[in-house]
Ligand binder design. Sequence first.
Ligand code: DX5
Ligand code: ZN
Length: 221
Amino acid sequence: MKRNIDISVSTLTVDEADEVIKYAKSLQGIADFMHCDIIDGKFAPKATYNYDVVENINQNCLTMLDVHLMVEEPSAEIDDYIAAGANILTVHYEAYEDKEKLNSDLIHIRNCNTLAGLSFKPETPFKDIKMFCFNIDVLLVMGVEPGACGQKLLPNTFSKLKKIASFREANKLKFKIEVDGGVTEENAQTLISAGADILVSGNAVYKAKDRAKAINVLRGL
Ligand code: DX5
Ligand code: ZN
């Protein structure tokens, strides 16, 4: 049976909050998730909007929300994003000095009936985050440095995905593997074969003439 692949469309391609909401509405019924990239300007450069925009998207469209927090202090913001309507809420491993707090935040997110996501920067070795994979629903693998759309996928992403997929199988875990950054129509199927279940797309969808068609091509249809 063919695996189900979800496409999560990034909001980072659009600067203005009003335009982000329009963009999300235009993709209702087409994108599986809206991937809300939240940046504080410290964890990664160029700050974006915050939970107000997530709440506004949630009130104006039915698409599920995949919130990616690229902020230095995620613990302080988790409850706001859950209240704003996040369906998946992803925090970064590198944002936590106290790794016990990371674990308790992941458990807290799940206890709030939200899917818990964990992400890690390209230079962070997967072995460092393995122990946290037992309490997550989604592992968000960065294919580029966090912070900007339109970067080129780092080539070691493919082998990283394969390693993660075999770790997941060996431990009988169920988390979804999501790839973020540098996904294109050309590399999407190779990423899926390597283990990706969810593909994030910024430019590949935003810049396409026919966005619905681009999403289907990414899915492999
Ligand atoms: C990068 C963001 C990504 C980015 C993806 O920090 O997390 O979601 O917007 O954009 P593309 O698909 O253009 O690389
Ligand atoms: Zn992202």
